[in-house]
Design a protein around this ligand. Structure first.
Ligand SMILES: [Zn+2]
Ligand SMILES: [Zn+2]
Length: 378
């Protein structure tokens, strides 16, 4: 194989696109570049970007299944799941009424582009909708009462979450969800669905020990350049970047919801994410007590922008305080200076910061201490 031919195996290449067409993949809306959406891994875990709630023409979506794969690839995602309705298929005069078909059709494209495709379905009763992921027999989940359907899904070792809890009215812990939860049939909840965040549901994450999810619930094509903006993403912190890794991480509640500029998640996970994403550039800074300010650069290697509230370090350290934006994949520089009464020699100091868009509990954001190494010379 020549180098040129080898290049053609790269998923960015035209040949690869031609090959997808040979697989019968609809290339409509396929951008030929993948958005690099860096979100760093954290110690012990891969950080995977996922959307577990997508509709296709096999229920009430407007999109062919393989298009969901090319959109996910374009948007820099690692994993997706279809959530076609078990018992609602308005296209059934034109499209086979088969809850497993979207997955079957899209799997070759997913494997070609390296997207982890997880079998899923959306089941419901009245206004309570749930997604079951990792199902092995979607046909058996059609018809019937919701509790029985969820029991069947759980017997397939499905991971089940409550969709859009505040869909038609502010979220309520109403009798049917309580019954499903008490029967241990619900393990997670969409804290974000589409561009909706459900503040009234947030406290249940901790109260009920639910896994946090953020999904698009897209029925129409996902617009380009939506990722990192309005396309909601479930960040999954998985031991391995595969289905088994995702399944284990969902059960262990190692996820965060990312939508727009906001992230909701467990405090220790978001702290590791912050520490992996943001670094002080350079090793040490020389400061002269009473001398001119020196620039200190803070670099964000992730696609997540951070809204910082910079607090105080030691009294003798003077510099930026208050609200500052640290954009995604950029560095910012702020001046630091030392007061005349600063101690001499090598000093390790910490500056308190609140990260206002990393939400760790209702009404509480992540706080961190930014370590700095300074050398104070007379
Ligand atoms: Zn729904
Ligand atoms: Zn849906």
């Amino acid at each position: 194989m020549t180098d040129e031919e080898a290049d053609d195996w790269n998923p960015h290449s035209r040949l690869c696109i031609a090959r997808l067409r040979d697989h019968g993949v609809d290339m409509t809306g396929f951008a030929q570049t993948r958005e690099l959406l860096p979100v760093p891994d954290i110690p012990g875990y891969r950080t995977l970007k996922c959307d577990f709630h997508l509709h296709t023409v096999f229920s009430d979506g407007d999109v062919w299944p393989t298009t969901r794969i090319t959109e996910a690839w374009r948007d820099g995602l690692d994993a997706i799941s279809f959530a076609d309705h078990s018992d609602y298929n308005p296209h059934s005069d034109d499209v086979k009424n088969d809850p497993a078909r979207a997955y079957e059709l899209a799997l070759p494209a997913a494997e070609t582009l390296g997207i982890i495709l997880i079998p899923g379905i959306e089941v419901g009763e009245d206004d309570l909708h749930c997604n079951a992921l990792f199902i092995t027999d979607s046909h058996s989940l059609r018809g019937g009462k919701l509790i029985e359907t969820l029991q069947k899904a759980r017997s397939q070792d499905a991971f089940v979450f409550w969709n859009h809890p505040g869909w038609k009215q502010p979220a309520e812990w109403f009798p049917l969800i309580a019954d499903a939860y008490n029967a241990k049939l619900i393990q997670g909840m969409e804290l974000v669905n589409g561009n909706s965040f459900y503040p009234e549901a947030y406290r249940w994450v901790e109260e009920k020990k639910l896994t946090i999810l953020a999904n698009s619930d897209a029925h129409e094509p996902v617009p380009q350049a939506c990722a990192g903006g309005l396309r909601p993403i479930t960040l999954v912190f998985a031991r391995t970047a595969d289905r088994a890794g995702i399944r284990e991480a969902l059960s262990a509640r190692r996820t965060a919801a990312w939508m727009g500029g906001e992230v909701w998640g467990d405090e220790s996970l978001l702290k590791m994410l912050w520490e992996a994403a943001v670094k002080v550039e350079g090793k040490e800074r020389d400061l002269k007590p009473g001398g001119p300010p020196v620039g200190v650069r803070l670099r964000n290697d992730s696609a997540i922008p951070f809204r910082l509230h910079i607090g105080k370090g030691p009294d003798w350290l003077l510099g930026v305080q208050g609200d500052v934006l640290l954009p995604g994949q950029k560095a910012i520089e702020g001046p630091l200076s030392a007061a005349a009464n600063a101690p001499a020699g090598r000093q390790r100091v910490e500056i308190e910061m609140e990260i206002k868009n990393l939400h760790v509990a209702p009404g509480r954001n992540l706080t961190v201490r930014l370590p700095l190494s300074l050398v104070l010379s007379q």
